[in-house]
Design a protein around this ligand. Structure first.
Ligand SMILES: [Zn+2]
Length: 402
């Protein structure tokens, strides 16, 4: 494709179909914070993504498994995703935050440790040893451990265990890391095949490989070709292939579309492409135009709890004094439950009074805003007016800062 106008499709899972492009809300600990799963379905979420690292530490994958898997455990009947835990063991485990990846002043190259903190995660060629952010206990993730956890969690779409790098890692380190992630991808495929064969009665899980390579074109392309061609290599994963691909790692906003473009160039047409961790409107349009199909991000709910509201005219903070007597909805053009029944003045009051209902109402609105935006993008691709929607939507969204 690469015609810059995006593509539409359908991902089939044992728990239903996902029409793409689609935004996948994040329920890190098997809950989209403050919102009922039923409400997430009502607001149009087609799938949810939970986090293998968090569910491994609490309550433990064995408990989720006994409950009948992630969807049954959390009363979400639709499709589910889990990420591999790779990002969290290296970010939470070490106290390193992704946002700091842009902050080159505060980190030494190749040193995954936050300033003033002990080094809490160690990567070697076999896996990662890390310290729990909950109780300080020591744990180890390897590709096989991640596959075992994700099989017990039972999500429809799971991800290969990969190494998180940052933009401050040296090129030499990125190169080594891409090779390591490739070796881990082979081990993930082999273990996934073994676990799948050992439990033939369970719903089939799709395994996505994760493309790393940071901001380097040659590394991104080589990493992608390597993952796509893995089944042709002589070795333990011969004959195996990934069911889809995730695009991960350090992505600078200004290079997002370019990097996705390199990766998509090397990917097969007939496999889904998931972009990990984006939800800003301009990023969503750029990613769809470059050929990505699904996206997950924790931002709509995280910022909602901090009173940041998405609207057609941009993002604003509802705690501002100007909203005290504003009896209009959060976004007059929104069709969500919150906007149909509640006012800015009421939600402003809830935040000022520190009432937890503020989180619920704002999360419903923000999740609906992003889900609906991506739904409209999907419709526009079908109708042939993606470019018009992009120009109109972003022109308005970024026209003023309120
Ligand atoms: Zn709304």
């Amino acid at each position: 494709m690469a015609d810059g106008a995006g593509r539409t499709g359908t991902i089939h899972t044992p728990h239903g179909d996902i029409d793409t492009p689609a935004f996948v809300p994040v329920g890190t600990k098997a809950t989209v914070k403050a919102v009922l799963p039923e409400t997430m379905a009502d607001l149009g979420a087609q799938a949810v993504l939970a986090n293998a690292y968090h569910l491994y530490l609490q309550p433990g994958p064995d408990i989720v498994d006994e409950a009948g898997g992630l969807g049954a455990f959390m009363n979400w009947p639709g499709p589910t995703f889990t990420d591999s835990g790779g990002f969290q063991v290296l970010s939470l485990g070490s106290g390193f935050r992704k946002v700091l990846a842009m902050d080159t002043e505060r980190h030494r190259a190749d040193d995954i440790v936050a300033p003033g903190k002990d080094r809490l995660a160690r990567v070697d060629d076999d896996g990662v040893t890390f310290t729990s952010h909950l109780d300080g206990s020591t744990h180890r993730f390897t590709p096989e451990v991640s596959m075992g956890i994700q099989h017990r969690l039972g999500a429809d779409i799971i991800f290969a265990f990969d190494e998180l790098t940052t933009l401050v890692n040296t090129r030499e380190y990125q190169q080594r890391s891409v090779q390591r992630t490739h070796e881990w991808a082979i081990r993930c495929l082999v273990e996934h095949r073994r676990l799948t064969a050992a439990a033939p009665d369970r719903p089939a899980q799709a395994l996505f490989g994760v493309v790393q390579g940071a901001q380097y074109e040659d590394l991104r392309r080589a990493a992608t070709r390597g993952l796509v061609g893995i089944g042709n290599e002589a070795g333990p994963a011969q004959g195996c292939e990934f069911d889809g691909y995730g695009i991960g790692g350090a992505l600078e906003k200004q290079n997002l579309a370019t990097i996705i473009g390199w990766v998509v160039d090397e990917l097969p047409e007939d496999k889904p492409r998931h972009l990990l961790g984006i939800s800003e409107p301009d990023d969503l349009f750029a990613a769809v135009a470059a050929g990505a199909d699904t996206f997950d991000c924790v931002s709509p709910s995280r910022v909602a709890r901090n009173a940041a509201i998405y609207s057609a005219d941009g993002r604003y903070n509802i705690t501002g004094a100007r909203y005290r007597r504003d009896f209009t909805p959060l976004d007059p053009e929104c069709d969500c439950h919150t906007c149909a029944h509640y006012t800015r003045a009421y939600i402003h009051h809830l935040f000022k009074a520190k009432e937890i209902l503020s989180a619920t109402l704002c999360t419903i609105h923000n999740e609906r805003f992003i889900v609906r935006l991506v739904d409209r993008i999907r419709t526009s691709i079908g109708a042939g007016d993606f470019a018009e929607l992009r120009e109109e939507t972003l022109g308005r969204y970024y026209s003023k800062s309120s």
